[in-house]
Design a protein around this ligand. Structure first.
Ligand code: PGA
Length: 257
């Protein structure tokens, strides 16, 4: 399928790693190694307390800052929560919702993930909706049905004008942080199915504009073969995004694709 409608996005997910004091060193190393052309978008999704330091340290680097979670509520008595408006106020461009670690360790349901995604859109932040099956589900042949239900439920009630900006990240749980990457063929099969579902939900024309990322042990070595697939429009990178040179390598692979 023609990918010209979609600019590849390489988004790092730092998870609960690094301190604000490390931001400056990270950027200076990344900046030296980075070759980011206007044809590729880059982002780093960092823990909330690191956002101001990352914004300050990045200077004119075109890589934008994202968050890893958001409250589904607008404002008020929700101790410990961070609203989408607060993130927008800090210049956050992207927000991850529905990461499998939040679904597993924090009991997040599809309905809650959907509310978070809508909250981000109201604040003009681009959501990255994560979906993906467990090893048990894959072995049981349930992958496509399960991922489809996560996509359908996660994208409920997205206003028509916002549909093409939504991003979906396919992250098989068995590939996250395990070093066991899905093969490019396995990843393409599911990403292609996600695009077909997006076509049913929003129409084929809109689906052609929506970026579908792959995530799960993506690194400088395997990125090129994954990114070459017709329905893989970038990556959500955990461990490898903590290392500036490796992250720069992945962005380099996207530049060449
Ligand atoms: P990983 O994590 O690249 O370390 O496997 C990906 C993710 O969880 O987003």
């Amino acid at each position: 399928m023609d990918k010209t409608n979609r600019k590849p996005l390489i988004a790092g997910n730092w998870k609960m790693n690094k301190l604000a004091s490390e931001a400056l060193g990270f950027w200076s190393q990344l900046r030296q190694a980075l070759k980011l052309t206007p044809e590729v978008e880059g982002a780093l999704c960092v823990p909330f307390p690191l956002i101001p330091a990352m914004q300050a340290a990045r200077g004119d680097c075109p890589i934008r800052i994202g968050a890893q979670d958001v409250s589904s509520h607008e404002a008020g008595a929700y101790t410990g929560e961070v609203s989408a408006a607060m993130l927008a106020d800090l210049g956050v461009a992207y927000g991850i919702v529905g990461h499998s670690e939040r679904r597993t360790y924090h009991g997040e349901t599809d309905a809650l993930v959907n509310q978070k995604l809508l909250a981000l859109l109201r604040a003009d932040i681009t959501p990255i909706l994560c979906v993906g099956e467990s090893l048990e589900q894959r072995d049981g042949g349930q992958t496509l049905d399960f991922v489809e239900s996560q996509v359908r439920n996660g994208l409920k009630d997205v206003p028509e004008a916002e549909r093409s900006r939504v991003i979906v990240a396919y992250e098989p749980i068995w590939a996250i942080g395990t070093g066991r990457t899905a093969t490019a063929e396995q990843a393409q099969e599911v990403c292609g199915h996600i695009r077909a579902v997006l076509g049913e939900l929003f129409g084929a024309e809109t689906a052609r504009h929506i970026r579908v990322l792959y995530g799960g042990s993506m690194n400088g070595k395997n990125a090129a073969s994954l990114l070459a697939k017709p329905d893989i429009d970038g990556g959500l990178i955990g461990g490898a995004s903590l290392k500036p040179l490796e992250f720069a390598d992945i962005i380099g692979a996207a530049n060449e694709g």
